[in-house]
Design a protein around this ligand. Structure first.
Ligand SMILES: [Zn+2]
Length: 81
C-alpha cells in the first residue's frame, strides 16, 4: 500500500489514464498516475529504468510513425503529379 507524498495518508491509489498524453506516457515511460482520495493530490510514479523490451517497443513505435509519415509523403507526392 502506498502513502500519499503530500498528506501521508494510505488513501493513495492508481488512477486511470484519461487523456492521450497520459496514455502515451504510460506506454512509453511505463509511468502510472496516482491519486490521493484524502487530499486530492495527483502524482506520477517515479520513472523506472527502461528494460530492453520497453526500449525496443519505443524504438518500434517511433520507426512506425516515421515510416507512415514517409509513406504519406511519397503517396501524396505521386498523387499530385
Ligand atoms: Zn494525500
Amino acid at each position: 500500500m502506498l502513502s500519499c507524498p503530500r498528506c501521508k495518508e494510505f488513501d493513495y491509489h492508481r488512477s486511470h489514464a484519461k487523456t492521450d498524453y497520459e496514455r502515451l506516457r504510460k506506454i512509453i515511460f511505463k509511468q502510472r498516475k496516482y491519486r490521493c482520495h484524502s487530499c486530492g493530490y495527483v502524482g506520477w510514479e517515479k520513472s523506472r529504468s527502461l528494460d530492453k523490451r520497453s526500449v525496443l517497443k519505443t524504438v518500434f513505435l517511433y520507426a512506425t510513425v516515421i515510416l507512415i509519415a514517409m509513406l504519406v509523403g511519397i503517396l501524396s507526392r505521386s498523387f499530385l503529379m
